[in-house]
Design a binder for this molecule. Sequence first.
Ligand code: SAM
Ligand code: SF4
Length: 326
Amino acid sequence: MLTDRFGRIHRSLRISVTDRCNLRCTYCMPEHTPDYQPRSEILTFEEIVRFVKIAVSLGVDDVRLTGGEPLVRSQLNLLVQKLNEIDGLRKISLTTNGVLLQDQLAELFAAGLRHVNVSLDALDEESFKGATRRGGLDKVVGGIDAAQRAGMVVKVNSIAMRGLTDHQIVAFGEFTRRTGIPVRFIEFMPLDSDGNWNTSAVLSGTEIVEMFSSQIRPLVPIERNGSSPSADYRFDDGIGTVGVIASVSKPFCDSCDRFRLTADGQLRNCLFGEDSGDVRALLRGNASDESISQMIQSAVATKKRGHGTDDLTFLRPSRPMHAIGG
Ligand code: SAM
Ligand code: SF4
């Protein structure tokens, strides 16, 4: 098992399949196209599958595909299908901005995908454009609807930012009550490419819960589920679920069970750390499974207790969110 110095068992792996994206969210990417990683440096599906098999042999049972935007990676369904064939891998999920979801849904479903988180920050076109610097709200909503109709487990994730989220409370309250899809708000973290993050831009989980309770109806806490970072609530009439992921105001590092593989094959034991192992060099250098396994174990073993964003000596990681994999 992948246990770190603080007794945390790591079962959850996030894999970025690309640093490219078809949106330019203000809290993630720069306005103009950044220098993307050269394609030759991005792991192939075969390399990813080999890595996942080794990780599963060490106790990983949950893989989330992310990016950049994972659905801009050609034929992602083929990767899902290969991962789905790995014994011991209990869950495969996808985090997407949803723009291409409807187009690819049938293939992804056929490949075995059943869990999808769609990121959506606003339910009116103008605010959506303000947040993403692009259009496409209709497509995202269409993708969510199609995934739900196909029988997938769908969640919506929304950034928690002052000036944006506070104007979307009523719309998201109506959305979760009408569709039954949980909406979870993730506090804005210091991982934006533009370096504009500051604490006053973060709308805290506590404020969000208060806003829903006063603007819609009271929220009642739901018992917390294992290592999930989300504190979830249901409206007091049982209709509609809201969650808050308070990564900045109430970090959940004590129960963190994840590590990451970037699109260019670098291990990261924390979103806020730096690269902690060059897996691509091993994969492309004819290394044995044993040496890759050792690299994973040592990345987990050196994980820090917390991400330290509340520490005055905290330094922003050199990679922004889209180049790590959120
Ligand atoms: N493109 C896909 C998407 O948007 O769902 C997957 C990658 S994106 C980096 C994953 C998640 O990270 C999204 O839900 C996004 O809102 C979140 N995210 C990006 N930048 C963030 C930041 N600075 N703070 C908090 N969450 C952020
Ligand atoms: Fe792209 Fe997702 Fe980042 Fe938005 S949050 S720019 S959709 S990677």
